[in-house]
Design a protein around this ligand. Structure first.
Ligand code: ASP
Length: 312
């Protein structure tokens, strides 16, 4: 039976049901088994994936590229980045993605404008995966985040989350909230004042049934956290206000001393890149899960590619 993901775009974390998440995680576990025992498979042999990135990326680009190759597919990456593509000649997004659609079987798009993935998908017949649309969403990151928590804790229901950092512009947080609405969780928010959730987001997440509470400091929220998810200040989203970055940087930093107040089985997460939010000494702490997130992203993206291309 064909998967219900066959040929579908992956645009927003809102599109997944709880059952979808379970299905993706089962496939991701199988991908982990394949990678750790055999290294690769020929499941997507003969397929081509176009990776169209208009914004900086290390992990997401590398992860999709590795996922495609571990599945036996090939990738096209306009090199070095879209700045050298016809975009500088004024080509619009629609023509660019249709060009790469003609050359590939599926596309991955990262773009600085919120809504750009949905906009691009409207002109495509082949599946497009959103790899981050401005301050909108980053659905594949949310999936790998949830998968990491699932692997560490065995279940999501009943957990208390502390989400710290740039909640206003942090697209990974927005996407994760859309997944968490399927679970019975508590969410504590810690953000420097100008970077809290917007009123619209607050109302939306509340309307989805999320149990949200604001805290002033990380210290005050630490004791009850099962998951601490930290993000960097997204300074590229407010380039005309450099003073804001200086004002808020360093206002929440995870140190070994702070972790002394946390539970022993805390899951400490960050989508990376990090700036000053997590001290390097913390990397040795077994509660730090951020490098695991990167590894798990490979398995989740392999699963997604297999699903949208109808091979699993
Ligand atoms: N890498 C993540 C993203 O693309 C987080 C970040 O950039 O801070 O959204």
């Amino acid at each position: 039976m064909a998967s219900r993901f066959l040929g579908r775009h992956i645009i927003t974390a809102k599109q997944f049901t709880r059952e979808d998440l379970h299905q993706i995680f089962q496939h991701a576990l199988e991908m982990r088994r394949i990678v750790t025992t055999e290294g690769a498979t020929s499941l997507l042999h003969g397929k081509m994936l176009a990776l169209i990135f208009y914004e900086a990326s290390s992990r997401t680009l590398g992860s999709f590229d590795a996922a495609a190759k571990r599945l036996g597919a090939e990738t096209i990456i306009p090199s070095p980045g879209m700045h050298y593509s016809s975009v500088i000649k004024g080509e619009n997004l629609s023509d660019t993605v249709r060009t790469f659609e003609a050359l590939s079987d599926a596309l991955v798009l990262r773009h600085p404008k919120r809504g750009s993935a949905a906009e691009a998908a409207r002109v495509l017949r082949k599946p497009l995966l959103n790899a981050g649309d401005g301050d909108g969403e980053h659905p594949t990151q949310a999936l790998l985040d949830l998968f990491t928590i699932f692997l560490r804790r065995g279940a999501i229901d009943g957990l208390t989350f502390v989400m710290a950092g740039d909640l206003r512009y942090g697209r990974t947080i927005h996407a994760l909230f859309y997944l968490l609405r399927h679970y019975r969780v508590k969410i504590h928010l810690v953000a420097p004042e100008p970077l809290g959730l917007t009123l619209d987001h607050w109302k939306e997440f509340h309307g989805l049934g999320l149990d949200l509470t604001e805290y002033q400091t990380l210290g005050s929220a630490m004791g009850c956290a099962d998951v601490l998810y930290v993000t960097r200040v997204q300074k590229e989203r407010f380039p005309d206000r450099p003073e804001l970055f200086e004002q808020v940087r360093g206002s929440y930093v995870v140190t070994p001393a702070l972790l002394d107040q946390a539970k022993d089985d805390l899951v400490l997460m960050h989508p990376f890149p990090r700036n000053d939010e997590i001290a390097p000494e913390v990397d040795q702490d077994p509660r730090a899960a951020y490098f695991e997130q990167i590894e798990n992203g490979l398995y989740v993206r392999m699963a997604l590619l297999g699903l949208v291309l109808g091979k699993i």
